[in-house]
Ligand binder design. Structure first.
Ligand code: SF4
Length: 149
């Protein structure tokens, strides 16, 4: 039986991104193919799992909160709910690895946007990444798939 790992659903082509699109990139295809051969992939989108709809307003982490760009709605609760559900899924499936989408306020691995909605990146992790990491799951960005295949 193949080991199960988590992956951001948008990386596999699911249209769960805030703008209704996905993050399937042609250059990642060979690595994704190898990943599917080696592991059973559990695709998830923490923001949808947390109850947010798609498409949705973009949001960024500002201090301890997650705030949307236009209506300035506090969506921290939904983001945290999604992160908690992802940790539960990881534990139920004995997942030790997650491949997550860089720069997302949920899935960012090394970088996130700075909260100004000005496309400025800072060092940091998304909320799901933080929770999974604290639960002992090893996190890789989509640019690091070669490290696990
Ligand atoms: S929350 Fe994660 S899985 Fe969902 S669209 Fe954003 S980066 Fe992709």
């Amino acid at each position: 039986m193949k080991e199960k790992i988590l992956i951001s659903a948008c990386l596999l082509g699911t249209n769960c991104k805030y703008n209704g699109g996905n993050n399937l990139k042609q250059e990642l295809m060979p690595n994704l193919k190898a990943l599917k051969e080696k592991f059973e992939l559990i695709a998830l989108c923490p923001e949808e799992l947390g109850g947010l709809s798609t498409p949705r307003e973009p949001a960024e982490i500002i201090g301890k909160k997650v705030i949307t760009k236009f209506s300035r709605t506090d969506v921290s609760e939904q983001f945290l709910m999604g992160a908690t559900i992802c940790v539960n899924i990881a534990q139920q499936n004995s997942c030790k690895i997650a491949i997550l989408k860089e720069r997302s306020p949920s899935c960012g691995v090394y970088q996130i946007y700075d909260g100004s909605f000005g496309k400025k990146l800072i060092v940091g992790q998304g909320l799901t990444t933080r929770r999974l990491s604290a639960a002992g799951v090893k996190i890789y960005s989509e640019d690091e798939i070669c490290k696990v295949i």
